[in-house]
Design a protein. Structure first.
Length: 1055
C-alpha cells in the first residue's frame, strides 16, 4: 500500500431499501463529498480503473449528519472487491454542532407514557427533562393529543426558544412556541436534537433545533400494527394515596398501524399510518371545604363575623359621591330585606365580651338582639339572602358533617385520531420528490372545570401539515433542496358543556336599562352559572373560551456545492405566520367572595356582597408576522484532519401586528391622536411614532457561526494511545450568535384592551344581583355592555367616550424600542472512540442570553408618596393595599408634587384636597396590574457534559450527565422583574438543575443461548428496555405578599 491519493474514483451511495443512488468523483487530493443524502441505510461503493472495488455497508445516514467514510483502494481487478462494515457510531470529525439522533428502533423500544417522541428529548445532555412553572402562564393551543409540547430548556435557553420541524417544515405553534404537531411514533424514522451551535442554515430560534423525519416506503411492503394500553388494574398505588380508597380510574388505549411499500419499485413509494387514542381518567375533587348545612341555612358563629385579629366586622355604608347616581346604600339595603333598621358601623353578628382568661382580654360572642348587631345569634335570616344566592345554592354540593366534600367518580375523557400519508418519487430529470400530509383530530372532555362537580367543558383541536420537498442534483458536486410547507392548527378551548341556565332564572337582573348582567358572548353562546370564587373552592363554567386557528406558510431553498476542499452552502427561507383569536371572555361575568364585607366569604355570598366582579367583551385579534432569513456557509477542509465551519446568517423577524391595528401600548407622556380622549400615555398604531408592529422591524441582524474540528492523526507513541489513532477522536470548538422569535403570547396579552375591547373589573365591592352597582353607597358604575367595537380610523374615534374603560387595569404595554432577543452559543468538546460501537464525548457548553423579553409593573404604587401622605395626616391613613384609595387632605394642606388630585366626595369639608391613590407613574386612569413588556432580561449558562453512546446488537445505551448552572433575572415572558431595578431579580433560572444524569438502554436478552433447544420464534426478539434518571430538583421561589412594600404588586412584594 502506498497511501497515495486516487483522483477520479467513482463513489456511489445506494439506499439499500429504495435503491436510490447518488454519486460523485474524488477530487485531485482524493477527497469526495456526497451532498444532501436523505436519511436511511446506505451502501457505499468506490471504483477506479486498476483497483479492486471497495464496498462499505450498513452506513446509517441520519438527519443533518456529516459522516466521514474513508475509502481504501487496493490494486487489482474491478471484479474483485473489498467489503467492510461501517461503525455503528462515529466520531464527529467535521461538524461542530452538538446533539444526537434518536432512531426508530430506540423510539419504539423505550417505554413512553403516551407514545410521543418528544418525551425522549430529555435523554440528551443539556436538556432539562421537565417544564418549569414559567411555561404555565397561558393555556395550551397545540393541536392533537400530546401531554408534552416540547417546551423544555436546552442549555440554559428559554423553554420557548426551540424549533420544531417535521420533514423540514415548521410545526411550531406561534402562541407558546411549542410543538403543534406530533406524528404517530411508528411513522417516525428518526429525529435529531441539535442542542448547541447549530449551522447557519438554521435560524429564528436560539434554543435547540428538533428535526423529525418520517418513514418513507421501500421496495418491499413492510408494516406493523399495534395496541398499547394502560389500566389502573396494572398500576401500583401511589405512595401518598390513602389505602382505604380505590385507585384512580385510568383506561388508555392507543392503537393503529404503519405500513409502506412501492407503487413502482426503485421509483415510486408510499407510506401510510394511523393512531387512535382513547382515554378515560378518573377525576377527583379531593377534599373541598364547602359550607356546612348550618351555614347553608344562614347559621354562623361569632368568629365568622370577625377578622383574623378577632375584631368584629362592621356595616360600612358611604354617602353618594357628588354628581353620581345612587340607589340604596348597604345599610338601607339590609334594612329593607330584614324589616328592621340597620345602621352604618353596626357589627354584623359578633361582639367583644371582656374575658380575662383570654390572651387578648376578650372573647367573641354572638349578639342577642338587633339592638346589638345586625344578625342576632350569628344567624342570617333567609329574607336577607340575595336572589342569585338562593338559586345558585343548589349548585353547591353538600359536604359531610365537618363541611368537607369529596367526589372521585368524575371522568375526564380524551379521543384523538391522527393519520399520515407520505409519497416519494425518484427521478433524475426533475429531482427527487417527497410529499407528506398529516391530520390530527382531538377532543378533550374536562369533567371538573371548577373545584366541585357539575361544571364541565370540552376542548377540540385539529392539526394539519402539508410538506413538499424536492432534491435536485446538478452534476456530481451540487445539490439544490427546495421545500414548501403549510402547517395549521385550529383549537376551540373550554367550551361549556354543562350548568346551562338563564341568568334571569338565577335571580340576576339582566337586559337593557339594568345594572345587571347583559351577556357579552357571541350570538348563541349559552348562558350558564357564572364562575364564582370563594376562599376555598369555586364553581361555574370556565371564564375564557378561545377559538384560535394558526396558519404557518414556510418556503425554503438551499444550494450546496462541493468545490475542492470547500463545501459551500447558500440558501434562504421565508415564513408567514397567521394567528387569529376569538375569545369569549367571562360572557356571563364572574364573582369573587372573600369575606372582606362580613368576615365570611359564604356570608358575603348569601347577602350578595361581591368583593369583585369581572366581565369582558368579545376579544378579537388577527395576528400576523413575517420572517425571512438568508445564509451562507463554508465547510473548509484545511487539512484531511482539520475542518473549519464558517457561516453567517441574516434575519428579519417582524414583530407581531394586528391586521386592523387592534392593539395598544404605553408610552408615558404621549397623547393619542387616533383616540384623543384616551388617557395620556395610552396609544395605538397610527399615533406619532407608533408603527403597526408597535416596535420597528430590524433589518440589520447578522449572526456569525464559527467552528473548528480537529481529528488528531497520531499513529504511534503515547499520543496515539491517548487519541486512539487517526479518525478515532476529535477536538471541536464553536461560537455563534442566534436570534430568537418572540412568542405571540405577548400580543395575546394585548387582546381586548381599551378601546378594542372591554375588560371590566369593578373597582369596589358590588351587588350580586346587579354587579354594576356598588355595595357601600349604591352608586352606579354604569352598565358597560353591550360593547361596540370601534373601527380603527373611524371619525367617531375622535370623540369616543373613554370613561367606560377607566380605570385601565390588567392591560400590558409593549416597549416601542423592543428588538429580537439573541443568544451567544459556545462549546469545546472532545470525542473519543472507545470501540467500534462506543463513543465518549466530554464537553463544556455555555450560552449567554441578551435582550430577553420580560414584564414589569407599569403603574406601581409610590411608597414614598404613601409615607408623605401619612406625614400630612391624610385620611384615611395610607397603608397596605391602599394604592387605589382616595385620600383627603385638610383644608390648606397642599397636595404633594407627584400626586394626582380628584374631585372630593359629597360632604367633604370645603377647601379639602383629595388625592387619587398613590399610582403616580401613569395616574389614576390606570389601575393595578398594568404590565410593561421590554428587553430587560438576560441569562447565563455554563455546563460540563459527559455522554457515552453504544450501539450494538446485544446492548445499546445512551448515558448523559450534565453539571450546570443557569442564571437569569426572568425565565420567561410571564415572569415579572423588579420595576425599580431588574438586576435585583437575578437568581437561579426556574429551570436550573445542577445535576442531571440519565441513561436509556436496550438489552437484547439472549434467551436463544440459554434455551437453544426451544424454537427460535419463542426465544428471539426479547429485550429489556428502560430509562433511568437521577437528577436534582428545580429551584424553589420564595416571595412575600401582603403589600408591605406599598407598591400594589399583586401577590409579590418588591424588595
Amino acid at each position: 500500500r502506498t497511501q497515495a491519493v486516487v483522483a477520479g474514483a467513482r463513489i456511489v451511495a445506494t439506499n439499500v431499501q429504495t435503491n436510490f443512488k447518488q454519486d460523485t468523483t474524488s477530487a485531485a487530493d482524493g477527497s469526495y463529498r456526497i451532498l444532501a443524502l436523505p436519511a436511511g441505510n446506505y451502501k457505499l461503493t468506490a471504483t477506479a480503473p486498476g483497483f479492486q472495488q471497495f464496498i462499505t455497508t450498513d452506513i446509517d445516514v441520519r438527519v443533518n449528519d456529516q459522516l466521514r467514510v474513508d475509502v481504501t483502494l487496493e490494486v487489482g481487478s474491478v471484479q474483485q472487491e473489498v467489503s467492510v462494515t461501517a461503525n455503528a457510531v462515529q466520531v464527529q470529525t467535521e461538524s461542530t454542532q452538538l446533539g444526537d439522533v434518536i432512531e426508530t428502533k430506540k423510539m419504539l423500544a423505550l417505554p413512553l407514557n403516551g407514545r410521543s417522541y418528544l418525551d425522549l428529548l430529555g435523554l440528551q445532555a443539556g436538556v432539562v427533562p421537565v417544564t418549569s412553572g414559567t411555561m404555565q402562564q397561558d393555556r395550551s393551543v397545540s393541536g392533537g393529543y400530546s401531554p408534552n409540547a416540547g417546551n423544555l430548556s436546552v442549555n440554559g435557553q428559554r423553554e420557548t426558544a426551540n424549533a420544531f420541524l417535521v420533514n423540514g417544515g415548521d410545526v411550531s405553534e406561534g402562541r407558546n412556541l411549542g410543538a403543534g404537531l406530533v406524528p404517530n411514533l411508528d411513522s417516525v424514522e428518526e429525529f435529531r436534537l441539535i442542542t448547541n451551535s447549530f449551522d447557519a442554515e438554521y435560524g429564528k430560534f436560539s434554543g435547540a433545533v428538533m428535526n423529525t423525519i418520517t418513514k418513507s416506503g421501500t421496495n418491499g411492503i413492510h408494516g406493523s400494527a399495534f395496541e398499547f394500553l394502560r389500566n389502573d388494574k396494572f398500576d401500583a398505588r401511589g405512595f401518598f394515596d390513602p389505602i382505604d380508597q380505590p385507585k384512580a380510574e385510568l383506561r388508555r388505549n392507543q392503537f393503529g398501524y404503519a405500513v409502506g411499500g412501492p407503487f413502482w419499485k426503485n421509483k415510486f413509494f408510499w407510506f401510510t399510518d394511523y393512531q387512535g387514542t382513547r382515554e378515560v381518567r378518573g377525576a377527583s375533587t379531593g377534599s373541598v371545604p364547602v359550607p356546612t348545612t348550618a351555614q347553608r341555612s344562614g347559621t354562623f358563629t361569632a368568629a365568622d363575623f370577625a377578622d383574623s385579629s378577632g375584631n368584629p366586622l362592621l356595616v360600612s355604608s358611604q354617602p353618594c359621591p357628588g354628581g353620581a347616581t345612587c340607589g340604596l346604600n348597604w345599610a338601607d339595603t339590609l334594612s329593607n330585606r330584614l324589616g328592621y333598621t340597620v345602621t352604618n358601623g353596626e357589627p354584623y353578628g359578633a361582639i367583644q365580651v371582656p374575658d380575662p382568661s383570654q390572651p387578648s382580654g376578650f372573647r367573641l360572642d354572638p349578639c342577642a338582639s338587633t339592638a346589638q348587631c345586625v344578625f342576632p345569634n350569628a344567624t342570617i335570616p333567609s329574607t336577607a339572602f340575595a336572589k342569585p344566592a338562593v338559586a345558585i345554592l343548589a349548585y353547591i354540593p353538600i359536604g359531610d358533617g365537618n363541611g368537607n366534600f369529596a367526589d372521585a367518580s368524575q371522568r375526564n375523557k380524551i379521543k384523538d385520531d391522527k393519520a399520515g400519508q407520505r409519497v416519494d418519487f425518484i427521478n433524475k430529470m426533475t429531482g427527487d420528490w417527497s410529499f407528506y400530509y398529516h391530520f390530527d383530530d382531538a377532543n378533550n372532555f374536562n369533567a371538573l372545570d371548577a373545584s366541585v362537580p357539575g361544571f364541565s367543558s370540552v376542548t377540540a383541536t385539529r392539526a394539519q401539515q402539508f410538506v413538499l420537498n424536492n432534491n435536485k442534483t446538478h452534476g456530481a458536486s451540487a445539490v439544490n433542496q427546495f421545500r414548501l410547507s403549510f402547517f395549521r392548527t385550529a383549537t376551540h378551548t373550554d367550551e361549556p358543556s354543562s350548568s346551562f341556565a338563564k341568568l334571569s332564572d338565577l335571580g340576576f337582573a339582566t337586559g337593557p336599562g339594568t345594572l345587571g348582567i347583559i351577556p357579552s358572548g357571541p350570538p348563541g353562546f349559552p348562558q350558564t352559572v357564572p364562575p364564582i370564587y370563594f376562599n376555598n373552592f369555586s364553581l361555574g363554567v370556565n371564564t375564557l373560551t378561545t377559538f384560535q386557528p394558526n396558519n404557518t406558510w414556510h418556503v425554503s431553498d438551499t444550494f450546496s456545492k462541493a468545490r475542492g476542499r470547500h463545501t459551500l452552502k447558500f440558501g434562504g427561507e421565508f415564513r408567514y405566520l397567521q394567528i387569529n383569536e376569538r375569545n369569549t371572555c367571562a360572557p356571563n361575568g364572574d364573582f369573587t367572595f372573600d369575606g372582606s364585607i362580613t368576615g365570611s366569604d359564604f356570608a358575603d355570598f348569601l347577602l350578595g356582597a361581591s368583593q369583585n366582579y369581572n366581565q369582558c367583551s368579545q376579544q378579537f385579534l388577527d395576528s400576523r408576522s413575517r420572517y425571512a432569513g438568508a445564509f451562507a456557509e463554508d465547510t473548509y477542509k484545511v487539512k484531511p484532519n482539520v475542518t473549519l465551519n464558517l457561516g453567517v446568517r441574516w434575519e428579519v423577524s417582524m414583530p407581531w401586528y394586528d391586521t386592523q391595528g387592534k392593539i395598544e401600548t404605553i408610552v408615558p407622556g404621549l397623547q393619542s391622536t387616533q383616540f384623543p380622549t384616551a388617557p395620556l400615555g395610552w396609544v395605538v398604531p397610527g399615533d406619532p411614532g407608533i408603527p403597526s408592529t408597535l416596535a420597528p422591524t430590524r433589518y440589520n441582524d447578522f449572526s456569525p457561526r464559527l467552528g473548528i474540528a480537529y481529528s488528531p492523526g497520531f499513529k504511534d507513541g503515547i499520543a496515539a494511545k491517548i487519541f486512539g489513532g487517526p479518525g478515532k477522536s476529535s477536538i471541536r470548538a464553536s461560537y455563534g450568535i442566534y436570534y430568537t422569535s418572540i412568542e405571540d403570547l405577548n400580543l395575546f396579552y394585548e387582546v381586548g384592551d381599551a378601546p378594542f375591547g372591554l375588560y371590566w373589573v369593578s373597582p369596589n365591592p358590588v351587588n350580586f344581583d346587579q354587579p354594576f352597582q356598588e355595595v357601600a353607597n349604591g352608586m352606579s358604575e354604569t352598565q358597560r355592555f353591550p360593547f361596540v367595537l370601534p373601527k380603527p380610523g373611524s371619525p367617531a374615534n375622535k370623540t369616543l367616550d373613554y370613561s367606560i374603560y377607566l380605570p385601565i387595569s390588567y392591560s400590558p404595554g409593549y416597549d416601542i424600542h423592543n428588538r429580537p432577543p439573541y443568544a451567544e452559543h459556545y462549546n469545546l468538546s472532545i470525542q473519543r472512540e472507545l470501540s467500534k460501537s462506543t463513543v465518549l464525548t466530554l464537553a463544556y457548553v455555555g450560552t449567554q442570553g441578551h435582550k430577553l423579553i420580560s414584564q414589569y409593573d407599569a403603574n406601581p404604587g409610590d411608597f414614598a408618596l404613601c409615607l408623605q401622605l401619612n406625614q400630612l395626616n391624610a385620611t384615611p391613613a395610607c397603608g397596605r393595599n391602599g394604592e387605589n384609595q382616595t385620600y383627603t387632605l385638610s383644608p390648606g394642606v397642599p397636595a404633594p408634587a407627584k400626586a394626582f388630585t380628584t374631585p372630593c366626595p359629597t360632604g367633604t369639608p370645603a377647601g379639602s384636597t383629595c388625592i387619587a391613590g398613590t399610582r403616580d407613574h401613569l395616574g389614576p386612569d390606570f389601575s393595578q396590574n398594568n404590565s410593561f413588556t421590554a428587553n430587560i432580561a438576560n441569562s447565563s449558562y455554563s455546563a460540563g457534559q459527559i455522554t457515552v453512546e453504544r450501539k450494538a446488537a446485544d446492548f445499546t445505551f445512551l448515558a448523559a450527565y450534565t453539571f450546570s448552572k443557569a442564571m437569569d433575572n426572568s425565565s420567561g415572558f410571564g415572569q415579572w422583574v423588579n420595576f425599580l431595578n431588574p438586576r435585583l431579580s437575578r437568581s437561579l433560572s426556574a429551570y436550573d438543575i445542577t445535576h442531571n444524569f440519565v441513561v436509556s438502554y436496550i438489552w437484547a436478552v439472549p434467551f436463544e443461548r440459554a434455551f437453544g433447544n426451544l424454537p427460535k420464534r419463542l426465544t428471539q426478539g426479547w429485550s429489556l428496555n428502560g430509562v433511568t434518571r437521577l437528577s436534582g430538583g428545580l429551584p424553589v421561589g420564595l416571595s412575600q405578599g401582603g403589600d408591605y412594600s406599598l407598591v400594589g404588586g399583586g401577590n409579590t412584594d418588591v424588595p
